[in-house]
Design a protein around this ligand. Structure first.
Ligand code: ADP
Ligand code: MG
Length: 287
């Protein structure tokens, strides 16, 4: 390989908004046939908002919001930020949580106003009215956040994310390059399907715990697939590192950026296609 052509490739990359760790990174893109896309913050903006509140009969809506908001206030998860902001807006100032525990990929738990509160995906069984509310939210592509305390589920909060305007076009471009897109998320299967359908992805791997994302990439590799992974979160870092090509969004966390081979500066997924196109072209010049 001629180093000059590779240097030209990295220079052009910078103009397109692609930061490349080292020229040798371009080599690994040649055989990539699968592109795994994280959902939240990658295909979607990750800027979420509280849309709807459902409560079980006899439950005070403000109490659901206050207890949920108080706990989520202590978490940095995009779902948590939406719940805390929405709760404060609808129910006023939030109480202080007396204890707080983060349950990765599931939610938060802790003590508020003398109750043992859980928020997220922490209840096995829901009463029929709440199960219906959760299903309704999920069918519309919104995340259902279950709120309960002292062992009983008492409310469902519907939290909406927004799909990036450029995501569907990016998926089309990736397909045109011969890559099979896969959507990967810790979120619910129904929500993931709704997002996948909106951007033109058929293959969905959902309800994956943060620490298991890396195993999904390894499994695809074991099937003989050469995998590019695109992600933004702390929970994507290990998968980005193991992938044949890791593309981190510049809008994402430092952990993801450090683990990736390439950084897409603007967080626009179409640039993932540009990156693969550029490196193939650069390599063609060399051969
Ligand atoms: P993703 O893979 O989409 O980035 P995560 O693995 O971080 O998502 O979380 C998976 C799911 O767990 C979320 O979609 C949400 O339903 C639930 N969850 C995680 N953290 C929280 C939280 N702080 N509050 C409520 N729900 C949460
Ligand atoms: Mg993410």
């Amino acid at each position: 390989a001629t180093p000059t052509a590779l240097m030209v490739g990295t220079g052009r990359g910078a103009q397109l908004g692609i930061l490349i760790k080292g020229p040798e990174v371009l080599e690994s893109t040649r055989r990539v046939d699968t592109v795994v896309l994280d959902k939240t913050g990658t295909v979607t903006t990750g800027r979420m908002s509280l849309q709807e509140v459902y409560v079980a009969e006899g439950t005070d809506e403000k109490q659901v919001l206050r207890l949920a908001g108080a706990l989520e206030h202590a978490s940095e998860h995009p779902v948590a930020r939406a719940v805390a902001a929405g709760a404060e807006e609808r129910a006023g100032a939030l109480p202080e949580a007396e204890s707080f525990e983060n349950v990765p990929g599931r939610g938060v738990r802790g003590r508020v106003e003398g109750h043992e509160v859980a928020v997220g995906r922490l209840f096995e069984e829901l009463p029929p009215e709440l199960a219906r509310a959760a299903r309704e939210a999920e069918n519309g592509g919104r995340t259902a956040v279950v709120v309960g305390w002292d062992g009983t589920a008492r409310g469902v909060l519907a939290v909406a994310d927004t799909i990036k305007e450029t995501s569907a076009e990016a998926v089309r471009e990736l397909r045109a390059l011969g890559l099979a897109p896969v959507l990967l998320t810790g979120d619910n299967r129904t929500v993931a399907r709704a997002v996948a359908e909106a951007v033109g992805i058929d293959e969905v791997i959902a309800e994956v715990l943060p620490e298991d994302k890396v195993d999904v990439v390894r499994r695809l590799q074991a099937e003989g697939r050469v995998v590019a992974m695109v992600g933004d979160g702390v929970n994507d870092a290990a998968a980005l590192a193991v992938a044949d090509l890791g593309l981190a969004l510049g809008t994402g966390t430092d952990a993801a950026i450090e683990a990736g081979d390439l950084t897409l500066v603007r967080g626009d997924l179409r640039v993932a296609a540009d990156a693969i196109r550029l490196s193939r072209r650069t390599l063609a010049t060399i051969k």
